[in-house]
Design a protein around this ligand. Structure first.
Ligand code: S3P
Length: 445
């Protein structure tokens, strides 16, 4: 169900005793979107366990169903997707509503842009303000027509060329969504698509392409850039996908445990792909007592259990090169930094300005509302932690789930309660967040 911005549900977090217990977080959002997309393109029936059943991912499921994939869920929570074959999607008869999800919209634009029919995309107030030129430009080079508002914002309609032309494309910003859009378009048209990735971003699309049986060339050039080559219209074979726990969701209980004295948490079955673990690296550098247990391989991904105990943190400098591996985690890192002694300097944050909200501005405003000293630059943030008198503010979430969860986390460790103006938006990525955290001892209400 779409999030209704006219009905905000405020929620407060209060200083809490230590968080204790064993827990799991819902399935990884990036892998969940891709499992539905690849399942919808593969021949046969793909079986997905642990799918994240959040609003964002359900919208991608609805989109794949609108393209003709048969999708259902059984009584044990397993999802089944019967695909149509690459290059064989059907024209949707409905407008595709992606709600709050940039990943869903941008990846599915790659599919639609390679098919010679019209697909109309819309989203909520947040998604309608986000830049789509980053995916529409490479699609235009392939011959896709775009009809929509100036500035390439949703709502818009795209119509694939017949035949579409494969391209060589250098991704101009660190974006797994742009990379994935171009690869998905290339997969659905004849010919060879070449993608140059100057900065390595999350690689779930590449792993899943290979996991579903496609051949994907990969080499590193002299400049250290990754070159991916993909032959289009390769047939994919349905797979069984097990979705591991989302490290970007685990980030909230991890930071909550670090900042509330007396905590000892075990979070099971978390994805530990090294394009996603920048936050854990950073928190350990800050002095966080975090250990990885029972590390293992599951379905081509590294997973493990994360053990975290409350810790005295110190400020660090987080290098810009680390940003892609923790891009969604800066809001909650800023919360950890609010409790660390000294300054935490975060650099290379330009992409935060075009997330579900302008996250750099939203974090800075939330810190200001709660008395945390900080400096916001165009592409950096410096947080000075260690004050005993933080909290007491109300934070505007701007339809951004991670802003809501980050500032609720701040309230669990702060002297004074912290209120977020809307907790309903959390359902876009982490349904059950409030109950799960409350069950561990978090004082939310
Ligand atoms: C995602 C990529 C990232 C991330 C988003 C999920 C993905 O966005 O912020 O939450 O699944 O590909 P960008 O690729 O735009 O950085």
């Amino acid at each position: 169900m779409a999030h209704d911005a006219t009905q905000l549900s405020p929620l407060s977090a209060h200083k809490s005793q230590g968080l204790k217990g064993r827990m799991r977080v819902p399935g990884d959002k990036s892998i969940s979107h891709r499992a539905l997309i690849f399942g919808g393109l593969a021949r046969g029936i793909t079986k997905i366990s642990g799918l994240l059943e959040s609003e964002d991912v359900i919208n991608t499921a609805k989109a794949m169903a609108a393209f003709g994939a048969q999708i259902h869920k059984d009584n044990d929570g397993i999802w089944f997707v019967e695909g149509l074959g690459t290059g064989s999607l059907l024209e949707p008869s409905t407008v595709l509503d992606f709600g709050n999800s940039g990943t869903g919209a941008r990846l599915v634009m790659g599919l639609a842009g390679a098919h010679a029919f019209s697909t109309t995309f819309m989203g909520d107030g947040s998604l309608s303000g986000r830049p789509m030129a980053r995916v529409l430009n490479p699609l235009r080079e392939m011959g896709t027509q775009v009809l929509g508002r100036s500035g390439d914002r949703l709502p818009l309609t795209i119509h694939g060329a017949d035949p579409a032309t494969p391209i060589t494309y250098r991704v101009p910003m660190a974006s797994a969504q742009v990379k994935s859009c171009v690869l998905l378009a290339g997969l659905n048209m004849a010919g060879t698509t070449t993608l140059i990735e100057p900065v390595k971003t999350r690689d779930h699309t590449e792993r899943m392409l290979r996991g579903f049986g496609a051949e994907l060339g990969e080499e590193i050039n002299e400049a250290g850039e990754t070159i991916l080559t993909l032959q289009g219209l390769q047939e994919l074979t349905a797979q069984d996908v097990i979705v591991p726990g989302d490290p970007s969701s685990a980030a909230f209980p991890i930071v909550a445990a670090l900042i509330t004295p007396g905590s000892d948490l075990l979070i099971e079955d978390i994805l530990l792909n090294d394009t996603r673990t920048g936050l854990i690296t950073t928190l350990i550098e800050m002095g966080g007592d975090i250990t990885i247990e029972n590390e293992r391989n599951s379905g081509g991904e590294r997973i493990g259990n994360v053990r975290v105990r409350s810790s005295r943190l110190k400020g660090v400098t987080v290098p810009a090169e680390r940003a892609p591996s923790m891009i969604d985690e800066y809001p909650v890192l800023s919360v950890a930094a609010s409790f660390a002694s000294g300054e935490t300097r975060m650099e290379g944050l330009e992409e935060l300005r075009v997330k579900e909200s302008d996250r750099l501005a939203a974090v800075a405003a939330g810190l200001a509302a709660n008395g945390v000293p900080h400096e916001e630059g165009n592409d950096y943030l410096i947080v000075t932690g260690g004050s005993n008198h933080i909290g007491g503010g109300t934070v505007a979430t701007h339809l951004d789930h991670r802003i809501a969860m980050s500032f609720l986390t701040l309230g669990l460790g702060a002297e004074k309660p912290v209120t977020v103006d809307d907790a309903a938006i959390i359902n876009t990525s982490f349904p059950g967040f409030v109950d799960l955290m409350s069950g561990l001892g978090a004082n939310l209400g």
